[in-house]
Design a protein around this ligand. Sequence first.
Ligand SMILES: Nc1ncnc2c1ncn2[C@@H]1O[C@H](COP(=O)(O)OP(=O)(O)O)[C@@H](O)[C@H]1O
Ligand SMILES: [Mg+2]
Ligand SMILES: [Zn+2]
Length: 309
Amino acid sequence: MHRHLLALGTSSAYPCGMAREDCPNCSGTGWKVVEQPGSNQEARAFAAADGAHVGSATGEPKTVWAVPCDCTVGDRHSRILERARLPKRYQHCNFESFDTDLGYSGTEAAAWNRSLLQAKLEVHGFARNFPVGTEHGLLLMGTCGVGKTHLAVAALEEIILRGHSGLFYDYRELLKQIQDSYNPESNSTEMSVLEPVLTTEVLLLDDLGSSKPSAWALETVGHILNTRYNDHRVTLLTTNFLDVPVPPAPGSASTGMRNTSVRPPSTEDSLTERVGMRIRSRLFEMCRTVEISAPDYRKEIRHAGHFHA
Ligand SMILES: Nc1ncnc2c1ncn2[C@@H]1O[C@H](COP(=O)(O)OP(=O)(O)O)[C@@H](O)[C@H]1O
Ligand SMILES: [Mg+2]
Ligand SMILES: [Zn+2]
């Protein structure tokens, strides 16, 4: 029998470059051969829909083509996450692995569980609707360890696995890159740093306010948020800082700040204090806020072994 396996395209003899070497199905080539009776045209249509490489069988009513082997699927997944700069330590974060029952009883515990469930539903809904939703972002607020990054990463992951572009940036890391690429001559930041941050479909900016940058670096952050907002791009943010009223200047009227249920002891810890008034108001304009009030998940896990019994 004559079987010609014809790979379309020259540079892609490897589907994704990361097949398992000892794979019994593809012997490490990353392609597995599929054959099916029928015309070439059908095969091409089938294969095209499957992202496969079509081969044609000459003189045989049988068509043979190659499709990416299953052993490359996991790699594809992790390559997508890597391309989005998602740190390894967050790669376990998805909606399935997010607990909404901490296993305690009592009214306070019930309120925690409600808060976790509410947050999960809102963030998951946002991810599912993307890019159709009307909101330009989510601002996840809450104290340390309540699962803000977990949920934001879950959303980012779900969206990029559907084929959209996305980037994870730790706030400090972004500031560092902005700072490092600063060009004193042009008084600007390298476009190589800024361009992807400005144009990616979904930007996750994690731990906003975790450091207090220079005025111009903060201005660059403001520029990023404004540009993304104006271009209708989605930004997901997390922050440990709460939106508390800044005491009104003597003699002035009320500041009109939002109230939050949990108040830190001083305005030192307020979001406005950390990122400035302008960015703060931009954030509330472009984002739906999701507040999580729950205990630090890591501490609870460590101190209460009964959680996942
Ligand atoms: N509700 C939850 N269910 C499962 N894991 C959680 C939950 N909340 C937090 N975690 C885990 O606890 C750790 C800290 O959560 P993280 O999202 O980083 O907190 P935050 O960003 O609010 O400080 C992460 O490893 C995260 O996966
Ligand atoms: Mg976090
Ligand atoms: Zn294989």
